[in-house]
Design a protein. Structure first.
Length: 150
């Protein structure tokens, strides 16, 4: 009976204690770091970023992702998109997008896994900073600036 009592107490109090812990941590971060950040200087010289998108059966979402990354205002960027053996028409969609936007397209005929696809693309990256993005991700325009500044 003692074990059940202690277990039920733990299950009740652990989430409460951790919630308070995370709230205090978030407040410390806000007051000590985030509030002191200045506005982004978009004209400041920064290093380049390689965006890598690995996709498998993402024909429905890849257009929005490629369009979003291509239209980011970050000046030094490259985009590498890997089709990891998709069984839908992802490759066809990417070939059409290649006519509109400038990016490297790697078409793997057989699915070899996301880790392999990302490693293959990382070897072809031009810049030292690499951002791996899911095929259904939309990036806010200031995000690359914040990431490089940190």
């Amino acid at each position: 009976m003692q074990i059940i009592y202690h277990l039920s107490s733990f299950l009740l109090y652990y989430p409460l204690v951790m919630s308070v812990f995370w709230l205090i941590g978030a407040l410390f971060y806000y007051f000590l770091i985030e509030r002191k950040q200045t506005a982004i200087d978009y004209n400041k010289q920064r290093e380049g970023i390689t965006f890598i998108v690995s996709c498998f059966n993402e024909a429905e979402t890849i257009t929005a992702t490629v369009t979003n990354i291509s239209k980011l205002s970050y000046p030094q960027k490259e985009l590498i998109v890997i089709n990891d053996g998709s069984q839908d028409d992802t490759a066809d969609v990417l070939l059409k997008l290649k006519e509109l936007y400038s990016f490297q397209f790697i078409d793997l005929k057989q699915n070899q896994g996301k880790a392999n696809a990302l490693n293959l693309a990382a070897k072809k990256a031009r810049y030292n900073y690499i951002m791996c993005v899911d095929a259904d991700t939309i990036i806010d325009d200031p995000a690359p600036y914040y990431m490089i500044d940190h």
